[in-house]
Design a protein around this ligand. Structure first.
Ligand code: 26V
Length: 808
């Protein structure tokens, strides 16, 4: 039956009655949300079943995207849009006196990710389903997602994110598909029928239970699966025998330690610590996911040898890299294959994506801890390592001096990136520049050994969430101008180029932006009681707080502007609203200090009459996917100012350009490709190049103190950090001051300051010529089609996975 408003309203009322015993007048927003979700679920489950059936019947190769993070945000709007009910639902709710936005806000964000890496995984799932590709996600159902950020007196305070407080409407628990995971114990080598066998004894047993979340394709009947695993204790693991009750206490200890495994998401995304619990999480994910995939494979009567023809396993960074030894274990110990055959299957099935070159984020594990927790897996890694090093010795004599740097295990440490590269048939970076840095520098010797494995897949974002859903007014304007084709073929946005100089189209674009800015301003007023000038430039810096992302550079420029205002109350400048959104890892003191600097500057500047019509600073509390969806449509300027070479790609840059913001950025990550697409006139580029950064790092000739000494503007700003400028506490920001002047400014903030200020002046001047600005803005939107994750996923599908669209 096709959905109409009348049908929708009838089913909606029925659901309210059967679920809550209420009619529409009595129902709360939450109940309305739940009723809609239940209606959707009925619809989705039918399509879901048909999709899975089709994948099985037509025996297609399928891909499994293994990730420790899936940053989904809300699904209600996406799901409504994708089944074609969104407008009907909105109208129906309005008729009944609901505000649809408020009803949708009842869904708690699924924040099972830290930032870019987790959100990328979510965009990829959306594109896989929308392109009718048989691809699924495998992750962990954390009980607590990324912490909620509360601002207290300008400081970040972390609160637990108990996102499962109300039932998660989209998930289905599949108890019957539970598998067992084994930790600890000992491995015994025994002879069985002339064969060496490995017997694992005295291990701890953990039950892994999958919860399936449907991933809905855009109006195409496809529903794929995100399988999230939860850890539970096994009640039959213990026998209660002892009369003094000791067993019972042991059982409680065991139960608590098991449930910890899927308790929370680690809140760091750039600083790695070898924590036992994180290792447990990783093995748990990999072992549960793989066992269930192999079971399904075997059920469809396919042979073990056919695994590479039917399955691709993509690992999102090294976090799931234990998939390599775990697949080996299953093939060797459970399926009885020999090493060579098992290795050939494994290395034709696993593919690895690298997302960072930051040394401090590269995963390694202490050998002893690893061996105790995963004794059999350790043995297998040892064997992989030995064979790899032997191969290097024989086949690459020129690399003999590098073997200790390439080894998987060296000096008591296991290197997960090395394991991932040795065990995969594909190794990809996430933007051209990043992939080249991998090949030429960070992973150079591996590139020598496995040149054919390296490839680039520039990231992308789903234009359905980030344009169609987040910015409906702009989406409508685009559709009336160039037709609706861009929704299925985002490259068609290029047709907008014809209108870049068209003054009536420019005006329409400008009106949409203004309305989005008004909507955002009223949200800010409601939330914080702060009035912002809708005519001002909305300058947006939203991402995790990190030294290399250089929020510090941004705030230094603002402090400099403020100084100019104080010196000259008649200063000519376009009013600006500087908007920040950022969470700092709870243990990252420097990052937290930068947040406090931003909020202190906001407090001072926002309340100073001298600056009040020119500068406003807003620090948004608890930046997350849903908040991003509000800010991005209202942005004029997109701050992408990382130290060149440090940001692997960035994806916020793509979301903002797609919504008409102009990039102010360094030549880093995907900024380089954005610049290539739009041309140098349509964004603002500044700062050192990655090669210059590498050269300074090599020759050690950068002197931050010299820059400070020779630039009065920097002296003014930096001295304010340690002279009671913000409060009578003059030590609060001394660590920042010292990191720049004593520790020589690792991220070249001072070095790039002058160039940044100049670029900011150009932003100001350009904005005054609205026609020029709008032309640039339209040009950005027109070229943003390339950065749809549909393009990225098509490339993964064709060039790495070898999977094809399926007709349902
Ligand atoms: C690292 C760690 C280290 C230990 C604790 C937990 C944890 C969680 C995540 C990570 C991964 C860091 C890598 C990462 O997030 N990279 C980002 O990936 C984005 C998608 O490719 C890309 O756009 C960003 O530039 C890149 O920083």
């Amino acid at each position: 039956m096709t959905m109409t408003k009348e049908v929708f309203q009838k089913e909606f009322c029925d659901k309210l009655t059967t679920t809550f015993g209420k009619n529409v007048e009595e129902a709360t927003d939450k109940e309305a949300f739940q009723a809609i979700s239940l209606m959707l679920k009925d619809e989705l489950h039918r399509k879901w079943q048909r999709t899975q059936q089709a994948y099985q019947d037509q025996d297609h190769k399928q891909v499994y995207y293994f990730s420790m993070e899936f940053l989904l945000g809300r699904l209600i709007e996406t799901n409504l849009l994708n089944v074609g009910w969104l407008n009907i639902c909105r109208e129906a709710l309005t008729d009944f006196g609901f505000h649809s936005e408020e009803v949708f806000c009842e869904e708690h964000d699924a924040g099972l990710g830290n930032g870019g890496l987790g959100r990328l995984a979510a965009c990829f799932l959306d594109s896989l389903a929308s392109l009718k590709l048989p691809g699924h996600g495998v992750g962990i159902r954390y009980k607590y997602g990324l912490f909620q950020q509360k601002m207290v007196n300008g400081y970040q305070v972390e609160l637990p994110d108990y996102w499962l407080k109300d039932d998660y409407m989209w998930e289905t628990k599949r108890e019957e598909e539970a598998v067992e995971i084994r930790f600890g114990g000992t491995v015994h080598t025994i002879q069985r029928d002339q064969k060496l066998c490995f017997e694992h004894r005295d291990y701890e047993r953990v039950l892994a239970i999958p919860y399936d979340v449907p991933i809905v394709g855009y109006q195409n009947d496809v529903v794929n699966t995100l399988q999230l695993w939860s850890a539970e204790s096994m009640s039959n693991h213990f026998h209660f025998q002892s009369p003094n009750g000791h067993d019972y206490y042991h059982y409680l200890d065991y139960k608590r330690s098991v449930e910890q495994i899927s308790e929370f998401l680690y809140p760091d995304d750039s600083y790695y610590e070898g924590k036992l619990l994180r290792l447990k999480q990783q093995y748990f994910l990999v072992s549960a996911g793989l066992q269930s995939i192999l079971q399904k494979h075997k059920k469809s009567n396919l042979s073990i040898q056919q695994i590479p023809d039917y399955i691709s396993l993509q690992i999102n960074d090294t976090h799931p890299s234990l998939i390599v030894p775990e697949l080996m274990r299953l093939l060797l110990d459970e399926e009885g294959l020999g090493w060579d055959e098992a290795w050939s299957i494994t290395t034709s099935t696993v593919a690895y994506t690298n997302h960072t070159t930051l040394n401090e984020a590269l995963e390694t594990w202490p050998q002893e801890m690893f061996q105790t927790l995963l004794p059999r897996i350790y043995m297998i890694i040892e064997e992989i390592n030995e064979r790899f090093c032997r191969m290097l010795w024989h086949d690459f004599p020129e690399l003999r001096d590098s073997i200790h740097q390439m080894a998987i295990i060296s000096y008591g440490t296991i290197h997960m990136a090395h394991l991932s590269m040795v065990g995969s048939y594909s190794i990809n970076g996430v933007a051209k520049l990043h992939t080249n840095i991998l090949k030429k520098r960070v992973m150079k010797p591996f590139y020598t050994v496995f040149p054919e494995r390296f490839n680039n897949k520039t990231n992308g974002i789903t234009h359905r969430r980030w344009l169609l859903n987040a910015n409906p007014e702009l989406a409508n304007l685009l559709s009336t101008t160039i037709g609706k084709g861009w929704i299925k073929e985002p490259k068609e946005l290029i047709q907008l180029l014809k209108f870049a100089h068209d003054s009536s189209f420019q005006e329409a674009i400008s009106n949409v932006k203004l309305r989005n800015k008004q909507a955002f301003a009223s949200f800010i007023y409601k939330q914080y009681g702060i009035v912002i000038d809708e005519q001002s430039i909305f300058d947006v810096h939203i991402k995790r707080l990190h030294g290399y992302k250089r929020q510090l550079l941004n705030i230094f420029h603002i402090l400099h502007l403020y100084h100019l205002c104080r010196e000259n109350p008649h200063l000519q400048m376009t009013p600006r609203t500087f908007i920040f959104g950022a969470k700092a890892a709870p243990g990252y003191h420097f990052a937290k200090n930068v947040i406090k600097l931003i909020t202190s500057a906001a407090e001072k500047i926002n309340n100073d009459p001298v600056a009040k019509d020119k500068i406003k600073i807003i620090f948004l509390e608890n930046y997350n996917v849903s908040l991003a969806e509000r800010i991005i449509p209202a942005a004029d300027v997109s701050e992408q100012i990382s130290t060149a070479s440090k940001e692997a790609s960035g994806t916020g840059n793509m979301k903002l350009m797609m919504n008409g913001a102009l990039t102010l950025g360094t030549r880093d990550g995907a900024n380089v490709e954005i610049a290539e697409m739009v041309g140098p006139d349509n964004l603002f580029t500044f700062g050192l190049t990655s090669e210059e950064v590498f050269e300074y790092q090599r020759n050690g000739q950068y002197r931050a103190r010299d820059v400070y000494n020779s630039d009065q503007r920097l002296r003014t700003v930096l001295d304010q950090l340690v002279t009671q400028f913000f409060s009578n506490d003059d030590v609060e920001f001394k660590d920042i001051y010292y990191s720049l002047l004593m520790k020589n400014d690792e991220f070249f903030v001072l070095k790039d300051f002058d160039s940044y200020v100049e670029a900011q002046q150009l932003v100001d001047q350009t904005y005054r010529h609205q026609q020029t600005w709008l032309k640039k803005s339209i040009t950005n939107i027109a070229h943003s089609g390339k950065f749809s994750s549909d393009r990225t996923i098509s490339q993964y599908a064709n060039e790495i996975w070898g999977i094809h669209p399926v007709e349902i």
